[in-house]
Write a protein that binds this ligand. Structure first.
Ligand code: PLP
Length: 318
């Protein structure tokens, strides 16, 4: 069964009072630089530091009492793991997180700090879905994937629902893209609340599987990309996310690592906001002119802010 805007509305009700309603920020400097009116939805200020808390909360809240008692399992390069761990802790549900051995230290520590049990795997040699499925089956855990799940997609859509309810209709919406949970949910909310909006996905240049998938008309799989956008190192879109993106998105553009660093610097210097590299994808597309925005009202999703302080320093010093 496909996900609809009604599911996004139901998710908004379920997560009300648990997830934060994050602020929408504006910057005259950014507007002057792009010739647009930009509205930045600040998900670095979401609980657990990224929009993923929305989908995690919604998916856990939708489980049956028995499923909640047994616990949930998530596999993730970081933010989804933290989100599930925190949402589980808040709802009294035990969590097991399967993470790559090279996940950023700050993300591993935060996930453990929320009380999750952590199991690691080698992201270049093992298939995380297969590893996760084995553990979930052996222990009777409910698996909540990071993007390809109707309740996750619906939860992620609540960020754009809030954005458009707050600022009104948009001409353009820019959303970063990994596996497409955020973009698919955003498409559902944006199309319902601002029907004329042009919705663009933005992915790392090194991992443009989404762009290739739209061009080919089917999900294209690529090797694990190498980019500083560690929240978008996915190899393929999902069976739930792709059809929504294919139907609703105007297109998919890319940003380079250097462009992400430049955007990170802008947010720290000018807006006093820490945005992780992946979180800068949508903003980079606006700043670099990858999508025409001049004279338009543009929603820009800043998806998260979980970056090691040391790594942030290295990026900004370079
Ligand atoms: C997961 C994540 C993304 C990508 O989201 P998808 O739903 O996989 O497309 C983007 N930014 C941040 C900060 C993330 O954690």
């Amino acid at each position: 069964m496909s996900v609809t805007f009604a599911d996004v509305e139901a998710a908004a009700e379920r997560i009300r009072g648990i997830a934060h309603r994050t602020p929408v920020l504006t910057s005259r400097t950014a507007d002057a630089r792009t010739g647009a009116t930009l509205f930045f939805k600040a998900e670095p200020l979401q609980r657990a530091g990224a929009f993923k808390f929305r989908g995690a909360c919604n998916a856990i809240a939708a489980l049956s009492p028995e499923q909640r008692q047994r616990g949930v399992l998530a596999f993730s390069s970081g933010n989804h793991a933290q989100a599930i761990a925190y949402a589980g802790a808040l709802q009294g549900v035990p969590t097991v997180i399967v993470m790559p051995h090279d996940a950023p230290a700050i993300k591993v520590a935060a996930t453990r700090g929320y009380g999750a049990e952590i199991v690691t795997y080698d992201r270049y040699k093992e298939d995380r879905e297969a590893v996760s499925r084995g553990i979930a089956e052996a222990r009777g855990l409910s698996m909540i994937p990071p993007y390809d799940h109707p309740d996750v997609i619906a939860g992620q859509g609540t960020a754009v629902k809030e954005l458009i309810e707050e600022v009104g209709p948009l001409d353009v919406l820019l959303v970063c893209l990994g596996g497409g949970g955020l973009l698919a949910g955003s498409c559902l909310a944006a199309r319902a609340l601002s029907p004329e909006v042009a919705i663009w996905g933005v992915e790392p240049e090194a991992g443009n599987d989404g762009q290739q998938s739209l061009a080919k008309g089917e999900v294209v799989r690529i090797p694990v990309p190498v980019s500083i956008a560690d929240g978008a190192l996915t190899t393929h879109l999902g069976q739930h996310t792709f059809p929504i993106i294919q139907r609703e998105a105007a297109g998919i553009v890319t940003a380079t690592d250097a462009q992400l660093v430049s955007a990170m610097r802008f947010f720290v210097e000018r807006m006093k906001l820490v945005v992780e590299p992946t979180g800068c994808l949508a903003a980079a597309a606006a700043f670099e002119g990858a999508v025409p925005v001049q004279g338009k009202r543009v929603g820009v999703i800043l998806s998260g802010g979980n970056v090691d302080p040391a790594a942030l320093g290295r990026h900004l010093a370079a």
